[in-house]
Design a protein around this ligand. Structure first.
Ligand code: GAR
Length: 188
């Protein structure tokens, strides 16, 4: 059984979708949830699902100690699901091609520092884009830059609010993120 580690900073709806998808499928399980926020909703999910969790601070994020702690879970993938902080060089080096991220827009557009959650949707709407979507990609040393694994599209409707667009994007994410992880696991 493959082990997955999820990093998340927020509500954790993607984490929940991944946990649910693999719950009865025998291919993988989420063995650890890491957050940088002590009050993140994703930590309630960890508790409810009886999955170990860990809170990291900035110093910890750049430490060899974190690498060792994560290695103890022998993860096939580290899955970023709404994680706010940049991933350190030491993590990228320790887990080459094993860290993936989901971004709520069609990279390379609307990526980079500060482009997180609602900021992304507001920028997409303000620019008058007719479509948006999601990008699942490998994580390298540069923010939102690693090679793409999958993109999926949805329309931006006239009069969309950031909330309405976020909801449409979340539906895409919840469908495609677990299935993309499954695809990767079956092909390593
Ligand atoms: C997701 O939409 C994810 O794509 C986005 O944060 C949201 C987290 O939602 N990630 C980024 O913006 C990364 N730059 P969730 O906590 O409900 O899974």
């Amino acid at each position: 059984m493959h082990s997955l580690i999820i990093f998340a900073s927020g509500k954790g709806s993607n984490a929940q979708a991944i946990i649910d998808y693999f719950k009865n499928n025998g291919l993988a399980k989420v063995s650890l949830i890491v957050s940088n926020k002590a009050n993140a909703g994703v930590l309630n999910i960890a508790e409810k699902e009886r999955i170990p969790s860990m809170i990291v601070d900035k110093a910890m994020m750049n430490s060899d100690e974190l690498v060792q702690q994560l290695q103890a879970y022998n993860p096939s993938f580290i899955v970023l699901a709404g994680f706010l902080w940049k991933i350190s060089q030491s993590l990228v080096k320790a887990f080459p091609e094993q860290i993936i991220n989901i971004h709520p827009a069609l990279l390379p557009k609307y990526g980079g520092k500060g482009m997180y959650g609602h900021n992304v949707h507001e920028a997409v709407i303000a620019t008058g884009e007719k479509e948006s979507g999601i990008t699942i990609h490998y994580v390298d040393e540069v923010y939102d830059n690693g090679s793409k694994i999958l993109q999926a599209y949805c329309p931006v409707m006239a009069g969309d609010t950031a909330d309405a667009l976020a909801e449409r994007i979340h539906k895409l994410e919840h469908f495609f993120y677990p299935r993309t992880i499954e695809y990767l696991l079956e092909n390593i």
